[in-house]
Structure formats: C-alpha cells, structure tokens
Write a protein that binds this ligand. Structure first.
Ligand SMILES: *Cc1c(COP(=O)(O)O)cnc(C)c1O
Length: 405
C-alpha cells in the first residue's frame, strides 16, 4: 500500500522493477476518480484556473497541458511506459512509424548534411529518403548492413546520422549495433535504430550504444493489427528537438491509439516469447523440408551472424521467417495459394500469421537485377509468425509445401 497516495501521483512505486512490471504499470498517474484501468483523455485542449495560470502554462513556467498536439495524459503514459522499457530517458509518440522517421531526420538534419542508410530497410523509408529528403538537400549513401568497415569508409565530415533496422526484412541480416555506434560517434554522428522487428522485449539498442530508437507501434507494440502509431526514444536532450518538431509540424499520436498501444505493452514480452518460440520451431522444421532450399532466421545455427544475434538480441530472434522454395515464383505462388488459414498480406506484428512473396509485392517495383543484388529471389517467401497454435500454422505450411513441389 502506498499510504501517501494522492491523485496525479504515479500509480505505483516501481523503483528497481523488472521489464514485465514496468510494462504493466509504468507511467500511469491516476485521476481523482480513482480508476484502476488507464483512462483515455479524448480532449483537444485544456482549461486553466485563471488568466495567470494560462499564461504560465503557455510560457512553460508551470507544468500543465495546453493542447493535445503538444501533450495529452494518455499519450504521455504510453511515452513513459515505452521509455521505461527501452531504457530511454524519454520517448515521444507519433502518428505512425513513418512520421517517427520523418521527425527524427527533420530534427537532426539540415540541407547539406549527409546520412548513411542501411541498404536493407523498409520500402517506405527508402522512398522517404530518396524522394523527399534528397529534395531538401540531404545527401544519402546506402551501405551494406552487415559490413561495419563499409559504414566507416562511407562517413564524411558532414555525416549526421547512421540509420538502420536489425534484423533486416525479409532476409534477417544483422547490424552490429555496438560497432556501428562506435563508428557513428567517432564521426560525430548519431546512430538511429528502427527497433520495430524486435521491440525492447528482444533488443534494447540504446543499451548497445545507439542514440535514437524508432518504432512503428503499428506492429508488435499493438500486436493485434488495430492502430497506426510510432515513437522516437533517446536522451532528454535529443528528444527535446523531436518534441519541438512534432508539436509544430503536427503528426502526434491520438489518445485512443495511445491507449491501445499502452494495453499492447502490458503483454509485449509474453507475446514476443510466444511469437519467437513458434518461429524457432517453424524455422528448424522448414530447414528439414526437401522443397526448401534455404531458411533465413537468426536463431538458426546456419545463420552466418547467429553468434551476434545471441549477444545482441538476448530476448529472442524475432518472428519473421523467410525461406527460398525450389521452383521460383511459380512454386512460391502455388505455396501461397494452397494455404487455407494464413493471411496473404505483407503486414506483420499481428496475432495472425501472414505470408507474402516479396519479389512480387514489397519488392515488386525494383528491377530484377536490383532484387537479385539484394538477395531477394523469385522463390523467396516470408512469413510473420502469429500466435495461433503452432501445429495449426505448421499444417497450413505443409499444404503449401505439398503444392509447391
Ligand atoms: C511498418 C514499418 C514502418 C512504418 O510504420 P507505419 O506505422 O506503417 O508508418 C517502419 N519501419 C519498419 C521496420 C516497419 O516494419
């Protein structure tokens, strides 16, 4: 019992609390109603006691909400809980994962600056850098994710950011986050890691030396495919810049979505454990199948960076398993069309298992030689393993294997 409890005080004493405890309780300040479940504050603005109070809140000399584009109690609870899980001083919520990336680059880069970007990143992130940031005078160089020497060699005097996702999608290649953090800092740049595939339950990039962590909360943080959202996390000093951009430019998170993500965080590690356990079992099983040429999953001994994965992702290897099926695109499409439960969609981070053929969907706009250069073959399939019973997922994949060859 907390004997001196009063409304507006943090919900519980969490000093020294573990990840799962923080996931359930961090960041909540109960209202005078004494509610147990977190309240959703659907309000765009806030009222003041008197004119002087209004002036003080606007000037920032007294703490207080002014307008929900700046702060909102439900959004703040999500931010504080995520920050606790990432080991960040501060997290800032955004309307989507893409707006988290936009806010980061807009906060730290100007015309004439240079950024290094991993070649293996989310398609929309490539478009954001190539179509938009380049137009505003930001120079972009793409680098192989798994070659620290290439990152080092590509650094210039005007390099401001090193940007990556690890493990990569769909081929599960890893970046050595600690090594790249050292390279970034030597060059006077920041290391930014999109931690969407791992979540803090599997990997905490800030503890490995990264400066900024980015999330698409749309994926595993929600975990049930309901809402769009994102976040940026890091030191107070860096996040002050991001807050400044967001409150001015406007892609803030809605309080309803923040509430959904808050509830998602409560079960994050439990869900990630289950996602990872099924993924590992399926990856091992797929490796044994004659129709399968190669499986890409960092949990396998056959993965060239398995040792790094064990060190860098102590919580697990993730829930995206890709594999090459013998027989190219025709066999891959027969596989997909023979499944009867798994959803045919490119989304991931859902309780529902999904399957996609990258060469004709997520990477379909690239030229065949570009795809080949990235290692995306015509027979490649990607599954994002959900939370259905493992044997039911396996049975559906078996239908696919039977049809493929
Ligand atoms: C989905 C995704 C994004 C974009 O997130 P949205 O919430 O869809 O805007 C960014 N990075 C990665 C790795 C993603 O999977």
């Amino acid at each position: 019992m907390i004997t001196d409890w009063h409304p507006g005080q943090l919900d519980s004493d969490l000093s020294g609390a573990d990840f799962d405890t923080l996931a359930v309780r961090a960041g909540y300040r109960r209202s005078p109603e004494g509610e147990h479940g977190e309240a959703i504050f659907t309000t765009s603005s806030y009222v003041f006691r008197d004119a002087a109070h209004a002036a003080a809140c606007f000037a920032g000399s007294e703490p207080g909400n002014v307008y929900s584009r700046y702060t909102n109690p439900t959004v703040r609870t999500f931010e504080e809980r995520l920050a606790a899980l990432e080991g960040a001083e501060k997290a800032v919520a955004t309307a989507s994962g893409m707006s988290a990336i936009m806010a980061t680059v807009m906060s730290f880069c100007s015309a004439g600056d240079h950024v290094l970007v991993s070649r293996s990143i989310f398609g929309a992130t490539v478009s954001l850098f190539d179509k938009y940031f380049k137009r505003f005078g930001i120079e972009v160089t793409y680098v192989a994710i798994d070659d620290p020497q290439a990152w080092k060699a590509a650094c210039q005097s005007n390099t401001r950011l090193l940007y990556l996702e690890s493990p990569s999608n769909p081929l599960a290649e890893l970046a050595d986050i600690g090594a790249l953090a050292a390279i970034a800092h030597e060059a006077g740049a920041l290391l930014v890691v999109d931690n969407c595939f791992c979540t803090p339950a599997l990997q905490q990039p800030l503890k490995l030396g990264a400066d900024v962590v980015i999330h698409s909360a749309t994926k595993y943080i929600d975990g049930q495919g309901r809402c769009l959202g994102g976040a940026v996390a890091g030191s107070k000093e860096l996040m002050t810049e991001v807050v400044g951009f967001l409150r001015t430019a406007g892609p803030s998170m809605s309080p309803f979505n923040a509430w959904v993500f808050l509830k998602g965080l409560e079960t994050l590690r439990l869900r990630m454990r289950a996602h990872c356990a099924s993924s590992m079992a399926l990856a091992l099983w797929l490796e044994q199948q004659p129709q399968v040429e190669k499986v890409y999953y960092a949990g396998l001994d056959s993965h060239p960076q398995h040792t790094l994965a064990c060190r860098q992702q102590p919580g697990g290897f993730g829930a995206v398993v890709s594999f090459d099926i013998r027989g190219g695109q025709e066999a891959a499409w027969r596989f997909i069309d023979a499944t009867r439960m798994i959803s045919i969609t490119a989304n991931l981070g859902d309780a529902k298992t999904t399957i996609t053929h990258p060469a004709s969907t997520t990477h379909g706009r690239l030229k065949p030689e570009e795809r080949a250069g990235m290692g995306i073959g015509d027979g490649l399939l990607r599954i994002a393993v959900g939370l259905e019973e493992l044997e039911d997922i396996r049975a559906d994949l078996q239908r696919g294997l039977n049809a493929a060859g």
